[in-house]
Design a binder for this molecule. Structure first.
Ligand code: UD1
Length: 340
């Protein structure tokens, strides 16, 4: 059992990872500033796990708060760093806030790791670093393209920053490049709760079905894909969460071959926007109100993962299907909207 600091541990992927860490016998310490989450997520985690993890309300872009945090928890065995802003469009209008929040906090964490002789970091990266990839499926050796948004750039620079720090200070680090995490815990105790109008597809779908939104806009049907809509690799958030536990075990047991490793987390299978809608209609046995509109700026045509490396090296596989993920997302949406 190891004490693990989980930043952004009340967020969508963070909270599911906390549940899997507890199930694997670890002791997560949740750090979150509640800027895009609520304290009630702790109740959901406790309901699933039968344990209420320690929680620290800390703003990681405040250096003194980070210093105090690491002083208090100087015997942790690892850090999983989720805390970040993640809205692509918003980052275009607020680049300075994105760089300050996503990179400032990372620098402070790395400095504390150095000063407390800590090791073992897992970093939330994104398939967005690949941009419009030249070849599909996307392997880890696909080139990192010029970022289309400040958000995407914070992930690229974050990876570079970590790599440089791990070389200089002997940290062991795994960056996990997520494709499109969706769904919710099958218990419906935790899930995705975007503030305001959802920007991501699946919460918009479930909110439309729940009557919170009137109609889903499908952003373009003139792409070069099998039905003209964008293709993405949607992966169940519980599968993503489990990959963190496996990656952490690799670091804790010193099984990593390189001090800095990168893995794609996806299913290996692309689904179009219309296929996601069909999946929703199948699992909910209802029709979704949608219309085709103009393309959204910055969307790539298709992105799906080659997961060979994670499968073979980590021994991790995505186990759940698109229908599983959509069914769980819908169960969660119905629960929070009090729909039977
Ligand atoms: C992108 C990034 C991902 C990043 C995430 C953060 C890529 C390939 N992916 O995900 O790395 O972490 O943003 O938010 O760069 N759609 C609609 N209608 C909607 C919403 C979405 O049609 O109302 C479509 C989009 O055009 C897209 C698909 O659904 O084709 C998925 O969109 P979304 O859920 O926003 O994720 P990405 O943009 O793929």
């Amino acid at each position: 059992m190891a004490q693990i600091l989980v930043t952004g541990g009340l967020g969508f992927i963070g909270s599911h990872t906390v549940v899997e860490l507890i199930a694997a016998g670890h002791e997560p310490i949740i750090v979150d500033n509640l800027s895009n989450s609520t304290i009630s997520v702790l109740d959901g985690i406790a309901a699933i796990s039968g344990k209420r993890p320690a929680f620290e309300q800390v703003d990681l872009k405040e250096k003194s708060q980070v210093q105090d945090l690491f002083k208090k928890y100087s015997s942790i065995k690892g850090i999983i760093h989720f805390a970040a802003f993640k809205a692509v469009g918003e980052s275009v209008g607020k680049p300075l806030e994105y760089y300050e929040n996503n990179l400032g906090s990372l620098v402070y964490i790395l400095q504390e790791m150095r000063d407390h002789h800590l090791d073992n970091l897992i970093f939330s990266s994104s398939c967005t670093v690949y941009g419009e990839a030249d070849e599909l499926p996307i392997t880890e050796s696909s080139p990192v393209k010029v970022a289309i948004s400040p958000y995407g750039n914070t992930k690229q620079v974050g990876e570079e920053l970590i790599q440089a720090a791990s070389e200089a200070h002997d940290f062991n680090v795994i960056s996990l490049r997520y494709f499109n995490p969706i769904g919710a815990h099958p218990s419906a105790q935790i899930g995705e709760s975007p503030l305001g109008v959802p920007l991501n597809l699946v919460p918009f779908v479930t909110q439309t079905a729940a009557g919170v939104r009137e109609q889903l806009s499908v952003f373009g049907d003139d792409y070069e894909t099998r039905d003209g809509t964008n293709e993405r690799d949607y992966i169940h958030v519980v599968d993503v969460a489990k990959a963190h536990v496996v990656a952490l075990g690799r670091l804790l047991n010193r099984k990593n071959e390189d001090a800095y490793e990168v893995y794609n987390l996806g299913t290996g299978k692309g689904s179009t926007v219309l296929e996601v809608i069909q999946s929703f209609e199948r699992v909910s046995a209802s029709k979704l109100n949608y219309k085709i509109v103009e393309r959204r700026r910055g969307d790539v045509t298709a992105a799906y993962a080659d997961t060979t490396k994670a499968n073979e090296v980590l021994g991790w596989f995505a186990e759940k299907s698109l229908d599983d993920a959509i069914a769980d997302a819908w169960r969660w949406e119905k629960k929070i909207r009090n729909i039977d």
